[in-house]
Design a protein around this ligand. Sequence first.
Ligand code: HAM
Length: 416
Amino acid sequence: MSLKAPKGTIDILPKDSAKWQFLEKTLRDICDAFQFQEIRIPVFEHTELYVRGVGETSDVVSKEMYTFNDKGDRSITLRPEGTAGVVRSFLEHGLFADSQPTKLYYLISCYRYEKPQAGRLREFRQFGVEMFGASSPAADAEVISLVKHIFDALGITNLTLNINNIGCPSCRKAYNEQLKAYLNERKDSLCETCRERLERNPMRVFDCKSEICQSLLSEAPRIYDCVCEDCHNHFSEVTSYLEEMGIAYQIDKSIVRGLDYYSRTVFEFVSNNIGAQGTVCGGGRYDYLVEELGGKPCPGIGFAMGIERLLMVLENAGITLPEQKEPQLYIAAIGKEADKKAAKIVNELRCAGIRAEKDYMERSVKAQMKYANKIKAAYTMVLGDDEIAAGEGQLKQMDTGETRQVRLEELKNMFQ
Ligand code: HAM
């Protein structure tokens, strides 16, 4: 039997890992400039965290979680997202007691039992940030500008920022009644899941993928038009910050986001070029989540972007990322003694940070040179008894074929 990776998972192979490393470094450097610090959280948490945090009526919790009982009979869930775990950690370690805001970022794998397709995996990777303690619209703009900065740094120009205002629990209460009344009139045409959603959390009907339910929603009242004055003012300040910062946006009243914790500002960066799963990044405010998870009231805002989707956008735009750097020098040895000497020289060069390589396959010198060519070594040197006796060898530049005599102890200086 040949074993295959589980459906919806991918291997990041050596030929691609330099791209991931480059992306991760870019993200870390930008976080550094924005003064966000990394947080690393567990891959699994108590299931209750997500049920309370992400919300029982969300698709993520009701359908997509990898949940199991551990050997101690505790219900455990593989993280479907990062926000709930970061809030749990923020509370557990008293980070709220430090001077605020707390600005955190993470690079994590997430797990959702979804139907795999292009851009939709069961194990995927997210880069996300969470900013706690700041309720000001400037914080919303800061977080959005960080995303914009990432796309600019990578040369991505074709994503649209869609933004909406979904109000606070008090304005949403009145809105939910309106939406419920609207949907009740069309109840018979709704799918079974939406009929249930209608009773428990009518805004979740917006998450439905059925075309019929979506078409029924086309005339539905929108929360954007029903928010209270404070929420309205907050949003208009956010947009005025964005305008001041030169960040283009579109108001999209249909965005509700699939997770229950959001309030006021929600946003998505969307691509039209990578298929049905075009949302590269999603986020928003969650001013009630910290309290929901047992803390004192503390506002929060953040986003997460799917790294696999980000790579799809880059590929689609023809933006190439760096590949693994090739060896600077390959030493081809003739015979056992020379091989030991080559091992010593290569070791010294590597200690000096030089990308040096040699043979480990007991190949002939001819085969070693062929291999050096294949791995695109910039320079090669053949090391035999004569070279060892003379203490020098011929350094060959592979692209031009140029050679020069170099003393072995001088090799290091040639690459620094
Ligand atoms: P989300 O919209 O569920 O939000 O996910 C954020 C991003 O993760 C999506 O825009 C997408 O790029 C990627 N993503 C989600 N599911 C998959 C999947 N099955 N396969 C591949 N990529 C996927 C959150 O997770 C929130 N925690 C974001 C947030 C942070 N809000 C506030 N702070």
